[in-house]
Design a protein. Structure first.
Length: 94
């Protein structure tokens, strides 16, 4: 996870989508990721579905993407769009 955090923090030009679903990420790591996201301008999609991130961790991540064009997913069928500060419920026909 340290390598991923460094890539996010250092604005890796190849990292535009990051799938961290089912990685057992908790609030502590969510806070580190939120801090790394503050300087990132390249990441466009971050999937954190199926992780035990609490409300504080989710709030920190949401605040970190505020004003950015990052699609941040916490739960399947729900997406936070940072640039517009909206939470969408996506209804799938699957």
């Amino acid at each position: 996870m340290d390598d991923i955090l460094n890539r996010v923090r250092n604005n890796c030009r190849f990292l535009t989508t990051l799938d961290l679903s089912n990685k057992n990420i908790k609030d502590k790591t969510a806070f580190l990721l939120a801090d790394a996201l503050k300087t990132n301008t390249r990441l466009k999609k971050l999937n954190l579905c199926d992780n035990p991130i609490g409300d504080n961790g989710r709030f920190a991540l949401g605040a970190a993407v505020k004003g950015k064009s990052i699609k941040l997913s916490f739960v399947k069928n729900f997406i936070v769009i940072g640039e517009k500060d909206f939470i969408y419920h996506i209804i799938s026909s699957e």
